[in-house]
Design a protein around this ligand. Structure first.
Ligand SMILES: Nc1ncnc2c1ncn2[C@@H]1O[C@H](COP(=O)(O)OP(=O)(O)OP(=O)(O)O)[C@@H](O)[C@H]1O
Ligand SMILES: [Mg+2]
Length: 375
């Protein structure tokens, strides 16, 4: 029987929290989180610890309004009818007094964990069918090709499959991928701010531009720095969570700098493609980024792949050399393409139709990569 191992404890009552941790520690992994963090963790099973001011009722209400499939079990350190009544009104009937009702509490927790485990399995099955994958393109160095590679990757994915693809430019300034996609949008991610609390597929469609050749949806960054300031990590989180429900692939073009917004996009990513040049300087910068990611707790194992751009004879290093310094898989090598600038200057997209015959070498390399992924 599947069992949820993770139990999230919420409530500002140190003594009672320690007691709960002690009780459940042998059977579950206890995570103590703040009420403000529920959206981030989306817990399946919560032990709500009552605290001064009877916060349990208020917190329960918040949890119920934010998360729809979470089991809540409440504990208190004394009989308290206000809490009991408040919880009952919200439909929460699992309420125990500790110390005293340890056995009943543990029995109920095991039952709820089993049910939560079942739900999680069902969710995972759903994710496999309809849940979107998020691919982020990142680099610690500027000008390595994040924007052009990510946009051609997304176009290719859309053209060569029946998948729904959303491209999001998170550079939060002008000059990101919209220039390569030749879009001139009056709407941007900022237009999602008024609907942040109820963000859904329709809102995304209303704000997205359609790239005319591939029909993929694109959300661009605001051009105005002041507007860009208003894009919060919360907005990005909500956008990605909503997008995952209605798109198969979400491709993100990220800026070089690390802030809360870049961080949250990386956290939400299924894959992180690190775009780099083949030289020693690039490796040095990569190792800095690796350390930074470790410090921030961004998981790289099984998630980070390298994209080697500007491949050519004149390169200081080869793929073999790189493999000695970097342990992550190399997803693709993309050749330096003399023709690329021509396309960009003329505002001609690199990909226009499925199964194109005449492609420039850059588009060919990306095509091969995407096709091998789709198999
Ligand atoms: N394989 C390639 N062959 C030739 N030119 C390339 C190649 N890849 C990228 N370029 C060129 O390099 C320049 C930088 O590319 P791009 O804007 O995609 O980089 P970036 O990493 O997004 O930069 P920034 O850090 O400024 O966001 C562009 O002019 C692009 O056309
Ligand atoms: Mg860029």
């Amino acid at each position: 029987m599947p069992l949820t191992n993770d139990v999230y404890i919420i409530g500002k009552n140190e003594e009672l929290v320690s007691l709960v941790k002690e009780q459940i520690g042998n059977y579950f992994t206890a995570h103590e989180i703040a009420i403000e963090e529920i959206r981030k963790y989306e817990p399946n099973l919560i032990v709500l610890v009552n605290a001064e001011g009877n916060t349990a009722v208020e917190y329960a209400q918040l949890i119920l309004s934010e998360l729809h499939e979470t089991a809540i079990i409440c504990v208190n350190d004394e009989e308290n009818f206000d809490v009991l009544r408040g919880l009952n009104r919200l439909g929460i009937t699992d309420y125990y007094i500790l110390p005293g009702e340890e056995i009943l509490f543990m029995e109920k927790l095991h039952t709820l964990a089993r049910e939560a485990g079942q739900r999680k399995l069902q969710d995972q099955a759903l994710m496999k069918r309809g849940g979107g994958k998020v691919f982020s393109f990142y680099s610690g160095s500027g000008g390595t090709g994040k924007s052009i590679v990510s946009s051609v990757f997304a176009q290719t994915l859309k053209l060569e499959s029946t998948a729904n693809v959303l491209f999001i430019d998170l550079n939060l300034q002008y000059g990101g991928a919209e220039t390569y996609l030749n879009l001139d949008s009056s709407r941007s991610i900022v237009d999602l701010l008024p609907v942040i609390d109820e963000l859904n597929e329709q809102h995304i469609r209303n704000v997205a531009e359609m790239e005319e050749h591939s029909n993929m949806h694109v959300i661009v960054s605001p051009r105005d720095a002041e507007m860009a300031e208003r894009v919060s990590e919360e907005l990005i989180l909500r956008l990605l969570r909503a997008a995952k429900r209605s798109y198969d692939f979400i491709i993100i073009d990220l800026p070089v700098w690390m802030d809360e917004r870049t961080y949250i996009a990386l956290e939400e990513s299924t894959k992180i493609y690190y775009v780099m040049n083949l030289d020693t300087q690039a490796i040095k910068i990569f190792h800095h980024v690796e350390k930074l990611f470790q410090r921030l707790g961004i998981v790289m194992e099984e998630r980070m792949d390298m994209v080697l751009n500007f491949k050519g004879k004149d390169k200081e290093l080869t793929k073999k050399d790189l493999e000695r310094f970097v342990t992550y898989p190399i997803a693709v090598e993309i050749r330096r393409d003399k023709n690329l600038q021509n396309f960009i200057n003329k505002g001609v997209p690199l990909r226009k139709t499925p199964k194109e015959k005449k492609m420039t070498s850059f588009a060919k390399d990306v095509h091969k990569w995407v096709n091998s992924m789709l198999k």
